[in-house]
Design a protein around this ligand. Structure first.
Ligand code: ZN
Length: 130
């Protein structure tokens, strides 16, 4: 198991962590298997999608903001971040990616991204390769 920290800079953003996950795969020595990328947080997630055009990330954040507006949920009376929890729940806390020939078997346009919904914060990323 590998763990690293990502310091996010905005309230909501997607941070490309593909290179750091790929490095964990390389260090594991696994040639064929699976890579689990997981964030142990209730207001962040992991997304695999396009980052070649970063506007895709902005569109995803905008779409989630339309689905889950701020300030209208029960949990907002507790600590005012219910929409961040809902976005994280829909995104999911992790992804499993095949490993082939010692590398993440990502498609040409796919990247692995930490999804921050209640930043800025330090976020832990756990990577298990088997
Ligand atoms: Zn909360």
């Amino acid at each position: 198991m590998t763990e690293f920290t990502v310091r996010t800079r905005r309230t909501r953003e997607l941070v490309d962590i593909t290179d750091r996950v790929q490095e964990a795969v390389r260090a594991s020595g696994v040639r064929e298997g699976i890579c689990c990328v997981y964030v142990p947080h209730a207001t962040a997630g992991v997304v695999v999608n396009e980052n070649d055009d970063p506007q895709v990330c902005e569109d995803l954040l905008d779409a989630l903001a339309k689905l889950f507006p701020d300030g209208v949920w029960r949990h907002d009376r507790v600590d005012n971040n219910a929409s961040a929890h809902l976005k994280a729940a829909v995104t999911g806390p992790g992804q499993v990616i095949p490993v082939a020939d010692g590398r993440l078997a990502l498609g040409r346009w796919q990247a692995v991204m930490l999804a921050e919904f209640d930043g800025p914060r330090d976020r832990r990323v756990i990577v298990v390769v088997r």
